[in-house]
Design a protein around this ligand. Structure first.
Ligand code: DGJ
Length: 728
């Protein structure tokens, strides 16, 4: 049993393999948080609860004792409007205009299995390993209820949390904020790591002390965004890759989110995670329920490597679905950077032919194959093949490509509509815009109102029509603008505040229908690269185009930041042309491939334009990737350097049985007269021997004395060592 309730002490203890989570129902039935951290087999941590008569921190009415205050006690779900002045878990307005909510424990249940969340992605369990604790909290005055859900995966060290709100009152209430989870930590000091960025430079790692007051990261762009990822890591000051305590927190949601962290008057740290309350106002009628998205928590007392491995394992095995969840994905060639909008079927066939000659397994036709679409100003929504460009028609084109021995994939941007499109001319109210106000333009396109069933039905019909017309085995699902001007022509006035969340639910609904109809279809998520790189999208698309930045050197930082939470198999990554289209930088085809191989591998260039020597290298790279893919996708991942700090970036994969490892190194700043770089490997068996370049080293030697790379020279040299156990 990973969840246990001690009736006498009224203590809940959740155990995972390496962590313990504890909470207590106190004498007034408030649910207090006691501990989350390194595993403690038997312990009652209620002595940690702070007790003091504190000025300006009041006490609940029935408490005789002035040392009891909700203003500093750690809680599982904080109240609102009744004397906890820290960031709240909930904010609502009752029929009478008041905003009080006082959650008191009324019961709980412990069940086998996971918490399923209707209409939204959640962590699932195929092997009957999970247990779920539901704790029921009620406001006795209004009868409003929240259920706190904790799904526990013992072996994976994962606790998935979410909140269910139920309106058991006689009136409608307005929810202005409802967090998926609150975590109060008062037994240690913490720093915060988050992943910020911009288009074409996503998920930059940043680590800060947590100042007094509130620090937050969020999105109100309608997507999880390039700018902040819905994930943080809280860690102690001395935590590093191999050592120390850290908490990983990642929201399973693709829309507006908020992660707020407060250091309060006594240095205690409260973290809230959930849907962004800004632009959120949900009406919950009598008897209705509101489910929040889920948050995954993991704790590691062995530093960041273990934390990332926990997330990788859970996302790969219990979030990703479908045929390609664990299977190697086809090595693809995408025509975007090769042609942009300027192509016809002859050109496509030429690019595909060369790619197939070199061993590439799938051709992906990107933007521009439909409607009137010769640039990005028109055509979105008109999902009909443009026969001026694809003169032989799509079925014939796909047939030609299949004949070359390659699969075929196609780009869509389903959620968008161009002003200059037949769809907009016919259904202007399908676009998201506010009546009597000119909408904000972004890439000259508007967003389709995904809250509407008729819009989703149109998209489903158009997409299935195309997908059924030919042997299409992959879809790139793009989304190229942030959302604003939030308004749906079908929602009543008092429900417009529900737009953003309903949009995300609509998106999930359409994706679910497609993956159910085409269980073997590989969907690659994309939002101008990595603008919607979140766990929820991985439920539908086991790989996501990680960034529109294909420069190998910049990708080192982007892929480094992404690796803290997301499995390497989810990272769509391509070798592109030089000079690179985003940075103008030139790197060798070897270095470009070393970087792109740490992901779901492909090419994005016209391979007719490279030299014969490079073509030979591409052939070898394809062979190498096929050989290395199992360890890249299934091995344990270790970061061995920090891209912004070190002159080189190194990372490593280790097979679970430690008989094999893959070390990757890219030198990002070559220095004169530097004899060697020393790299200490991780995760090997210290008692095993390994062969590196025909020499034998003990695992303990490689991990402690390290491997040396002599005299790195040139522009961005790279190295790949596939090291195997030495057997006599
Ligand atoms: C943005 C994507 O990230 C690119 O790869 C490409 O598909 C373009 N959109 C097409 O418009």
């Amino acid at each position: 049993m990973s969840i246990c309730f001690n009736e006498n002490e009224k203590i809940f203890t959740i155990q995972t393999k390496n962590s313990t989570y504890q909470m207590k129902v106190d004498m007034f039935d408030f649910l207090l948080h006691l501990y989350y951290g390194t595993k403690i087999e038997n312990g009652n941590m209620d002595y940690l609860l702070p007790k003091a008569d504190v000025g300006f921190s009041g006490t609940p009415w029935e408490a005789q004792d002035r040392t009891f205050s909700l203003d500093f006690l750690p809680q599982e779900f904080s109240s609102c409007g009744i004397g906890d002045y820290r960031i709240n878990s909930i904010n609502l307005i009752e029929e009478n205009g008041c905003n009080a909510f006082e959650p008191r424990y009324v019961g709980h249940s412990i069940k086998k299995g996971v918490k399923e969340i209707k209409g939204m992605p959640y962590i699932y369990d195929e092997n009957d390993n999970a247990e779920t604790l539901e704790i029921y909290l009620k406001d006795n005055v209004t009868n409003l209820e929240v259920t706190l859900n904790y799904t526990v995966f013992y072996d994976m060290d994962i606790i998935a949390r979410s909140t269910t709100f139920k309106n058991n009152s006689n009136n409608t209430v307005k929810l202005n904020k409802i967090m998926s989870a609150t975590l109060d930590i008062n037994h240690c000091d913490l720093q915060m790591i988050h992943f910020h960025g911009r288009h074409a430079m996503e998920r930059n790692f940043e680590r800060n002390n947590i100042p007094h007051g509130i620090t937050s990261i969020s999105s109100k762009r309608g997507t999880s965004s390039h700018h902040h990822n819905p994930s943080i890591i809280l860690c102690e000051n001395d935590t590093n890759e191999n050592h120390g305590n850290c908490y990983g927190i990642s929201l399973v949601y693709s829309g507006n989110f908020l992660i707020e962290v407060e250091r309060e008057q006594f240095e205690q740290i409260r973290t809230n995670v959930g849907i962004n309350p800004e632009n959120f106002e949900y009406h919950i009628n009598k008897g209705d329920v509101f489910e929040t998205p889920q948050v995954l928590f993991t704790f590691s007392n062995n530093g960041f490597s273990k934390l990332s491995q926990n997330f990788h394992n859970a996302i790969r095995n219990n979030i990703c679905r479908g045929k390609y969840k664990l299977e190697r994905r086809p090595i693809l060639i995408n025509n975007w950077e090769a042609t942009y909008f300027n192509f016809d079927d002859d050109k496509i066939i030429k690019i595909a032919k060369q790619a197939s000659d070199l061993g590439i397994e799938m051709f992906v036709l990107d933007d521009g194959w439909f409607g009137k679409r010769d640039d990005d100003n028109s055509g979105l929504g008109d999902w009909f093949v443009n026969t001026n460009k694809i003169k032989i028609g799509l079925p014939k084109l796909v047939e030609e490509i299949n004949k070359m021995g390659m699969k075929f994939g196609l780009w869509f941007e389903p959620e968008m509509i161009s002003y200059d499109s037949d769809l907009y001319r016919k259904n202007p109210d399908w676009a998201v815009k506010i009546p009597n106000r000119n909408p904000n333009k972004s890439r000259n396109q508007l967003v389709l109102d995904m809250t509407r069933e008729d819009v989703r039905e149109y998209l489903f019909n158009r997409m299935t029509d195309i997908l059924d017309s030919a042997n299409i085995e992959y879809v790139k699902w793009d989304m190229n603008r942030s959302i604003c001007d939030a308004f749906s022509a079908l929602l009543p006035k008092d429900r417009q505040g529900e737009f953003y969340h309903r949009y995300v639910l609509g998106l999930y609904d359409l994706l679910e229908k497609l993956v159910s109809r085409y269980p073997d279809l590989l969907i690659e998520g994309c939002s101008g690269g990595g603008g919607r790189f979140d766990i929820a999208m991985m439920y539908y698309s086991p790989q996501i185009w990680c960034s529109d930045n294909t420069d190998a050197i910049e990708r080192l930082s982007i892929q480094y930041g992404s690796s803290f939470i997301y499995p390497i198999s989810t990272v769509g990554s391509h070798v592109s042309a030089i000079p690179n289209h985003q940075t103008g930088r030139t790197t060798s085809i070897d270095t470009r491939a070393v970087v792109a191989m740490s992901g779901s591998f492909g090419y994005e260039m016209d391979l007719n334009l490279i030299s014969d020597e490079e073509k030979q290298k591409v052939k070898e790279q394809i062979k190498t990737y096929k050989e290395l893919q199992p360890i890249i996708h299934n091995g344990l991942y270790y970061r061995l350097s920090q891209p912004e700090v070190d002159n080189y970036t190194a990372w490593q994969f280790v097979s679970k049985d430690k008989t094999e490892t893959l070390l990757n190194v890219v030198v990002t700043k070559v220095c004169a007269n530097k004899m060697y770089i020393n790299i200490k490997l991780k995760g090997l068996d210290e008692n095993k021997n390994y062969v590196v370049n025909d020499k034998i080293y003990a695992g303990s030697v490689l991990m402690n004395a390290g491997l040396i790379i002599k005299n790195p020279i040139g522009d961005y040299p790279s190295y790949q060592f596939h090291i195997k156990e030495y057997k006599n």
